[in-house]
Design a protein around this ligand. Sequence first.
Ligand SMILES: [Zn+2]
Ligand SMILES: [Zn+2]
Length: 382
Amino acid sequence: MTAGISKGLFLTGPREFEAQERILPPPAADEVQLAVRSTTLCGSDLHYFQKGCNGSIEVREPLCLGHEAAGEVVAIGSNVTNPRVGDRVAVECGIPCEACDLCLSNRYNLCEKLRFRGSGSAWPHFQGTMQTRINHPAKWVHLLPPEVSYDEGALLEPLAVAVHACRRAGVQPGSTCTIIGAGPIGLLCAIAARNAGCVKIAIADVVADRVAFAVEKTFADTGFVVTSKRAGSPEESLAMARDTAKSIAGLTLVNGSTLGPTDYTFECTGIEVCAQSAIFATKRGGKVVLVGMGTPNVSLPISDASAREVDIVPVWRYANCYGEALQIVEASRKDSSGPQVAEMITHRCEGVVNVAEALALAGCPRDEDGKMVMKVVVSNKS
Ligand SMILES: [Zn+2]
Ligand SMILES: [Zn+2]
């Protein structure tokens, strides 16, 4: 096989892309070559697009974004027997070293040498999936059954985050949870928590549309719309957080019972007042799972957490979660009465050349026609 071409848009600065055609060598012995078919956009793609960086991670050379992806195998390296050409796979975009203590103890998400596609953290940057072709280690792709779509394959990535969050929390059957933030990660945490045995799920957000969507599509059993306002002081922030937690705990479920503080709270926004609410919304002896990121230094009511033994559990990506994520997608497909993972995709852009347009849309709460934007997928037929 001779070298081919991969076409993509590479980020060169805030809201600036350059179309590039890069030479792609044939896949190495342990790699597969994929035609990328679907990439769903995520908050980190959006940060890079809007600011040219993601928190402290800077873009130092043109960067192709995208890390929630699925594609078709178009070529395989000489050592690869599985998958085969023509197979449809989801791409696990983080490649760990497989040799350090953390890799050897199944916590490869924490590997210091991990390279992650579409992120500026590795040098040279490990280019993302918003391009037509990539070579990827065969070990880090996951075969999709015929009924699972490329879009659903792409969503296995954020779903893996949610599965990992539930594992870190140790979600028990018969438990209850609150989810703060009704964006895609919040919805996926709801699905994963339900799958792990959660029986009552409440969701909260400042955006009424999102809360309504989550409840209507049965991701959550009940929802609360938080009044959006800025706290003038740390005391005011804590008072607001307490009020929100109290309102959530007071929610009524379909059977007429009151929710009460929950066993787990998944904080999916990364906003300080939300993390504070998460502690107050959690039962004595319960757990707060910090899934959302974005505020590097957060002030938390630690004495309240201590006095009630509310554990605070941070999560970083995922390790060995794609299998369970795939099971969840398959199970949800079989039960049409429950939430469907792919339902959160509200908008589609065809072709990687339209990435900038897709990202601009993903940054808006609603499209031009007033329809809520939840998750945008960039699909690619070529
Ligand atoms: Zn992501
Ligand atoms: Zn490692």
